[in-house]
Design a protein around this ligand. Structure first.
Ligand code: ZN
Length: 688
């Protein structure tokens, strides 16, 4: 159709028809033109006209349809485009069950399937087709118009009505060229590799979670409540079966040919076979072509072509007996490990990424694979220069499975992850003795977005409007390099508004107001927001109750921290370590300067050492045993004469007795005089 400007203008200029017949013609023309414009815009990415012209055409159609509602076409662009699906999908009872297929993993199983069928029906022929890795749907056409699309659901009783979303898929025709009174077909909605890559790229730019594979992406997209999202993500469709038709057919291949004739795309390259040998050859041939396909397949379907014997052969409650699905193993290939590069994730976790000589696997070029952690590298003994076996399964990042030691070059070395963070240079460590290495830097750029998001979360400082997207935008825009930078954002208000990174005046001012408000948040929220490893909200509460002043909290030593109720030795070490980092000191200074609340009124009403039992041994230089006992008791502790496993700590002075040895034997904590003095000092100040 000719879509030049004159034609569009004349369509717009034409007076609204006064009679039903001319109205029907104009509505038909407008519908057709808009559909073509949509196709060019959304699917070919080649707009044929201005947005303004498009809107005017759509409005004109809208007005006419309002005047002649009975003339509106079912596939009208006024309802399809931007048409919002309901807030949830309606369950629809299946009129025809959508059974799945029995899987076969070996050629023996294929052979026995063919033999079984031939016993019952010796003349049976088979068709072999690709098994598209997507989402099965059932489509209903009435008098040639697409009226309903349903997901598999449980396959037998109910599926979900996703008609509005399916209407956004360009390869599902809204009208077909023949008009049987009723046609129900089954097919697969899938996402091509190209659409999948584009989608994941844009998701990751927005800081959203990416999809692991095209099938997940297709499923996630089809269940979107907003049909416009479905439109933008470019799903595709192949039919593979007629479930019900007012036309009659004698075999599958003629059904597929008919579908194709009326404009419904069917799975391409179907092969007709007569023996198990031919079936296996067809399966092998599909597997050979698998790499070059623009979409993901996970097997080959073998089914009896003739429809009559299908009835004869029948079905179990779950599977038809006249078809099987042959599953291909995940693709594996050897390639050279060019380099191992440690990556810092948002959580600070450092993962070794393998850079590979490019290979084609499962339809995509693979150049990187995960090596998980140091333990995995050691287990494989993977070295730079090695030839490795790579597999692409359902995961987005392929895995390195094995090293081919025979192909190892002469001068390789064992690989060890670095002791410093590749992003910020801070030390790395295995937190809590786990397998994963973490960066310890609080301002590590690789972790900053996560830190900011957590800092602002409801759990911590509760700053509305500072979610991951905004944090990412602020980071990308160069506005924020540290948590402390949040509190200088107001100085850049006008530039921020100008930039439009996080919206205009209103959004920026709201965020600034929230930040201002957060300055007076209770101290425990601030401490939570620091994201100190092992310190969540509860531990932060315990800390702040015991030591209600951030300045002092930053100075107490590990032993004192460990003496606080609800804080164990490992957490104490983590806290002490975090406060001793130079960047922490810098952060606290800046936050204080910005006027954040750094003290708490909510002290523990219980005494700080209540419930704890101490034992004294040896001589202390600064106080008598009696004074030491009094000081402890003043803080709520009990002082007893002998060490047991229930003892909280033993204070060890000069020339200690057997109690010190006993404490060590049974693993009770010992405090030397300095640590003891620090403990008392912490709480002494706390009382003032
Ligand atoms: Zn780092």
């Amino acid at each position: 159709m000719d879509l030049d400007c004159h034609r569009l203008e004349s369509l717009l200029q034409a007076d609204n028809p006064g009679d039903r017949e001319s109205a029907a013609i104009v509505i038909g023309q407008l519908t057709q033109v808009l559909r073509e414009l949509n196709h060019a815009y959304y699917n070919l990415d080649e707009p044929l006209t201005s947005d303004e012209m498009y809107d005017r055409l759509l409005r004109k159609l809208d007005i006419l349809e309002a005047e002649w509602p009975e003339l509106a076409l079912r596939d009208s662009p006024t309802s399809v485009i931007g048409g919002e699906a309901s807030t949830k999908f309606t369950p629809v009872a299946h009129r025809f069950p959508m059974l799945s297929l029995l899987d076969a993993f070996s050629y023996d199983e294929v052979t026995s399937f063919v033999e079984r069928v031939h016993v019952q029906y010796p003349e049976a022929t088979f068709i072999v087709e690709m098994k598209i890795d997507g989402l099965s749907v059932s489509l209903t056409y009435e008098n040639g118009l697409f009226v309903r699309g349903v997901t598999r659901g449980d396959g037998v009783t109910y599926g979900e009505d996703v008609t509005e979303n399916l209407k956004q898929i360009i390869s599902i025709p809204l009208a077909i060229s023949e008009r049987p009174s009723e046609l129900v077909i089954r097919g697969e909605v899938y996402m091509s590799y190209a659409s999948f890559d584009a989608l994941n790229q844009s998701l990751s730019l927005l800081g959203d979670k990416v999809f692991a594979n095209p099938r997940n992406a297709a499923a996630g997209t089809l269940r979107q409540l907003d049909a416009t999202v479905v439109r933008d993500r470019a799903l595709s469709f192949f039919a593979f079966e007629i479930q019900h038709s007012s036309n009659s057919f004698s075999n599958d291949s003629s059904m597929l040919a008919w579908l194709s004739d009326v404009g419904i795309p069917v799975i391409p390259d179907v092969v007709l076979c007569h023996s198990s040998k031919e079936v296996i050859e067809a399966i092998e041939s599909i597997e050979r072509r698998r790499e070059a396909l623009p979409f993901q397949i996970d097997g080959a379907v073998v089914k009896v072509d003739e429809l009559y014997p299908r009835e004869l052969i029948g079905a179990t409650s779950k599977f038809p007996r006249w078809a099987i699905a042959f599953k291909y193993p995940p693709e594996q290939k050897e390639t050279v490990l060019l380099d191992i590069v440690p990556q810092v994730g948002r959580t600070g976790r450092i993962t070794p990424l393998a850079y590979l000589a490019p290979i084609n696997l499962a339809g995509t070029t693979v150049q990187r694979a995960t090596l998980h952690n140091q333990g995995y590298i050691d287990q494989l003994d993977a070295r730079i220069g090695d030839t490795v076996l790579v597999q692409k399964g359902g995961d987005i990042i392929p895995a390195v499975l094995k090293v081919n030691v025979d192909k190892r070059p002469a001068d390789t070395e064992r690989y060890t992850l670095p002791k410093t963070c590749p992003a910020c240079g801070s030390e790395t460590e295995y937190v809590g003795g786990g397998a994963d290495l973490y960066c310890t830097g609080i301002d590590c750029p690789a972790q900053l977005v996560r830190h900011l998001t957590y800092f602002a979360s409801r759990e911590a400082m509760d700053i509305a409007g500072l979610g991951e997207k905004v944090a990412e935008a602020l980071y990308q825009g160069g506005y924020v390099r540290s948590i402390a930078d949040l509190y200088t954002l107001h100085e850049k208000r006008d530039i921020l508004v100008e930039d439009g990174l996080i919206g205009r005046d209103k959004s920026v001012d709201q965020l600034l107001a929230e930040l201002e408000r957060s300055k007076s948040a209770p101290l425990e929220r601030l401490v939570t927001g620091f994201g100190i490893p092992l310190v969540g909200r509860q531990t932060a509460q315990a800390l702040v109750k015991a030591i209600p002043d951030l300045g002092r909290l930053a100075e107490v030593n590990e032993e004192t921290l460990a003496s606080i109720r609800d804080i164990g030795p490992v957490t104490a070490r983590s806290i002490s370590r975090w406060f001793s980092l130079p960047q922490t000191e810098h952060l606290l200074e800046r936050l204080e300067k910005s006027g954040l609340n750094m003290t708490s009124d909510v002290t523990d009403v219980r005494m700080p050492l209540e419930g704890q039992t101490f034992v004294l041994t040896g001589t202390l230089s600064s106080m008598t045993r009696h004074e030491a006992r009094a000081a402890l008791e003043k803080l709520g502790a009990r002082v007893v004469g002998s060490v047991s496993s229930r003892t909280s700590a033993v204070v060890v002075g000069e020339n200690p007795g057997s109690k010190a040895v006993r404490a060590q034997e049974i693993g009770v904590k010992s405090l030397d005089e300095d640590a003891f003095a620090a403990l008392l000092a912490t709480y002494d100040k706390g009382e003032s």
